[in-house]
Design a protein around this ligand. Sequence first.
Ligand SMILES: [Zn+2]
Length: 472
Amino acid sequence: MEFPKENFSEWYQEVLASAEIVDNRYPVKGMLVWRPFGFAIRKHVTGLLRELLDETGHQEVLFPTLIPETSLDKEAEHIKGFGGEVYWVTYGGKSPLDVKLALRPTSETAMYPMFSLWIRSHADLPLKIYQIVSVFRYETKHTRPLIRVREVSTFKEAHCALRTEEEAEEEMKIIDGVYKAFWTELGIPFLRVQRPSWDKFAGADKTIAFDTIMPNGRTLQIATSHRLSQKFSKAFNVVYEDENGEQKYAYLTSHGVSERAIAALIGVHGDNRGLVLPPEFAPVQIVIVPIIFKGKEDIVMKKAKEIYDKLVVNWRVKLDDSDSNPGDKFYYWELRGVPIRIEIGPRDIQNKVLTISRRDNLEKVQIPEDRLLDELNKLAEEIHENIKKRAMQEFKRKIVVAKSLDEIKKSDNKPVVIKAPLCEDWEECGKKVEDQISKEFRGIDLDDKPEGEKCVVCGKPAKYYGVWSNAY
Ligand SMILES: [Zn+2]
C-alpha cells in the first residue's frame, strides 16, 4: 500500500494514524493522544530544544496550569487577543469559585506575578526561563492534528526579563540563534518573517515568526518570538532597582515552539511510503530483518542477534524477529521512517557482507560485515544531509519572487509562497497587495533584502521583501 503525497491533507492524516503517531479519536474535539511511537519522536525533538535552550542560559521551570482571571485580565491587549478562546474553570467540586480560573492559553500572565516577587535588583536580571507544557485554546476554526488543536500538548514557551531595550533585542537574537540551529538540525527550511502590526502577539510590540512551507504550498508558522517591551512589566509591576538605586520596569520577551515542529518534520520529509526521519529523531534508527530460508533459520537468527548486540550499544536498534514475511516487515518499518534497514540472509552470511537499505532514497548497498560500525556512522550522516538538502530544494521551488503586481496576481492561485519588493511603508503596501489577491500578507522576510528594486505598490525604493501565502 502506498500513501500518495500529492493529496497532502489526506496523506498527513493517514500517515499520522497508520504510523501510530497520534490518535485523534479522543472524545474531546481538538485534543489528541500521543501514541508510544509518536511520543518517542516528540521526546527526541523536545530533547534537542531543551539542549539548545540550556546551552544559551535558559532554565527549565514548571508553572501551574490554572491562571486566575484577575491575572489574565491585567494586560488589556493581551486579554483582548486571547479572551475569546479561553477555557474557564468555574467550579471547585460543587461550589462556584470566587475567582474564575483559566486553563493557560500561554503563560505570560501566570509567570509575571512571580517575576514581580523574584526580581528586586539589577543583579536578579537577566531572568531566562522556559517550560514545555500544554496550553489550551478554544479554537473555532477547523482543527487538524498537531497543527490546529484545542490542547497544544507540547508548548515550549521561554520567558525572559531583561534590564534594557538593547538587552531585550539581544535576547531576541539569542533565541533566533536557538531556533535557527533547531530547525536546521530538523532539516526544516524556514522564512524568518516580521509580522505586520495587526498580526502580532497580543501585547507585543514586535513579533518575529518562523514559517515553513508544507507540501501543498501552505505556510505553517512553526516558531514565534515576541518583544513585549514594558507593557506587561507595567501591568504586573515587574520592577528592579538599577545600579543608581532607581526603580525601573524590566523589558520582557517571550518565545514559543509547539508540536507543529513534529507536524513539519512529518509533512516536509515524508514520501509515498510514509515517514522519512533524520536518524537523530527516529525512535528506531536501525531495523534488522532476518531473511529466513528453510533449514537456515538457526544460522540467520544467530547472526542477526550477534549484529543486534553489537549495534544496541550506540544505536536505537530493533531486531524484527516476528513471524511476518520480509515484505510486510519492510513496509511496516518504512512507514515508520526507520532510516536504515539491515537485511541478513544465508548468502550474505556466507559472503561476510550485509545488505543495507536507506529509507531516504530507497537505495541498497552491500558492505563487508567487519566495516559495519564505521559505515553506519557515515551513512547516518549522509542520510541526514540528504534529507536536509532535499527539503531545501523543495522549499526553494515553492517560493516565487515577483517583480510587479501583475506577476503576483499570476502566481496567486498556485500552491506557492510569493515574495515581492516593498518600500519602508511595508505594512501599508503589503496590505494593499493582500486586498487584491487571495493569499494573506505574512510580513517581511528578515533574511533577504532587495537591491535596487522598487516597491510593487507605490514604486518607491524597495527596502524589504514582502511575503504572501496561504497559511495554516
Ligand atoms: Zn510602497
